[in-house]
Write a protein that binds this ligand. Structure first.
Ligand code: PEP
Ligand code: MN
Length: 338
């Protein structure tokens, strides 16, 4: 990092800045000339709280010349992390399908849908227990009443299950029931929750917030990792833009960007990304063509009766058809769905 500053800056403040930077364990090389103050900073730059540095009105520019090395950053030897949800490896040589309804509504709905997901070749089940709904007047999820349904489904189908956790207080209750915690878009920056999840050893599917940059998303992953849990799968579910024809806007380039910058697996949620079931198939196939590690798809045995997100949920027949195409394409991409 290089900091340039006005040459007539108050000497005592310049010294104070140098001291502050050195306190972050960074070496400061003074390369100032007659016209311009220049500090070259050497060391672990991400230790610096940039707000503490940028607060002087005589600073001209702060220029990063190397990318920060974080726990989520790709290592020099390009190693990728494989995250295991029970026996299913996410981030390895196969494309993984996570599917199931938005919410667990009742036993018949859940088991029927999940059985179909299994029959079509899905690997992991999804299903909301606690639902973060925009309106407090609509279905909020079954909460505790969903737990026996999950237990029965797991013992019947013998498949791993992922569900969203919305509060630290749910960790104990869900830890023995679900195989991975999902952190939803709305909680991506709930730092206390992220810290607490970092202290568990459950895999975490960390969704990107709908108004967050990739950098902020990765810093949230960093919160989990720095607290001890490196089993993180990133999930892109679209961001909010000016567009109103889709529920969110999905930027597929995120798949390659995440693979370039990090060692973490990346999956796409085409259901929330689009908000319309008719768009789910093409977006899923596009994500596979981009080399995604997996998809998380909402499927419902009767989408027209769903208590949440029916409009973006595939019915069983459409999910079946999607899986046939997805399998062919993933074979071509050399990342088969098996
Ligand atoms: C969900 O997966 O049902 C959900 C609420 O997702 P998101 O956090 O991406 O909106
Ligand atoms: Mn949903």
């Amino acid at each position: 990092m290089i900091i340039t500053f006005k040459i007539n800056a108050p000497i005592n403040e310049v010294k104070e800045l140098k001291r502050k930077i050195e306190n972050f364990n960074i070496k400061v090389i003074d390369a100032s000339s007659e016209d311009l103050g220049v500090f070259g900073l050497i060391g672990n730059i991400h230790n610096i709280d940039i707000d503490q540095v940028a607060c002087y009105n005589w600073i001209i520019n702060i220029i990063r010349i190397t990318e920060n090395q974080y726990m989520t950053s790709k290592s020099k030897n390009n190693e990728k992390s494989v995250v295991k949800i029970k026996d299913v490896e996410v981030g390895g040589n196969n494309t993984i399908i996570i599917a199931g309804p938005c919410s667990i509504e009742n036993e018949n709905q859940y088991i029927t849908t999940c059985q179909a997901v299994k029959d079509c070749g899905g690997h992991i089940l999804r299903g909301g227990i606690y639902k973060p709904r925009t309106s407090p007047y609509v279905f909020q999820g079954l909460g505790k009443d969903a737990l026996p349904i999950i237990k029965k489904t797991k013992s019947t189908l013998n498949m791993p299950i992922v569900s969203e956790i919305t509060s630290i207080s749910q960790i104990q209750e869900l830890e023995n029931v679900v195989d991975a915690f999902q952190v939803g878009a709305r909680n991506m920056q709930n730092f206390e929750l992220l810290k607490a999840l970092g202290k568990t050893n459950k895999p975490i599917i960390l969704k990107r917030g709908f108004a967050n940059t990739i950098e902020e998303w990765l810093m949230s992953a960093e919160y989990i990792m720095v607290n001890g849990n490196s089993n993180i799968i990133l999930c892109e579910r679209g961001i909010r833009t000016f567009e109103t024809m889709t529920r969110n806007t999905l930027d597929l380039s995120v798949i390659t960007i995440i693979k370039q910058k990090t060692h973490l697996p990346i999956i796409i949620d085409p259901s929330h990304a689009t908000g319309h079931w008719e768009l789910v198939e093409s977006i899923s196939l596009a994500a596979i063509a981009c080399g995604v590690d997996g998809l998380m798809i909402e499927v419902h045995n009767k989408p027209e009766c769903a208590l949440s997100d029916g409009g973006e949920s595939l019915n069983i027949n459409n999910f079946h058809n999607l899986m046939i195409k997805a399998k062919k394409l993933s074979d071509f991409m050399n990342k088969p769905i098996i």
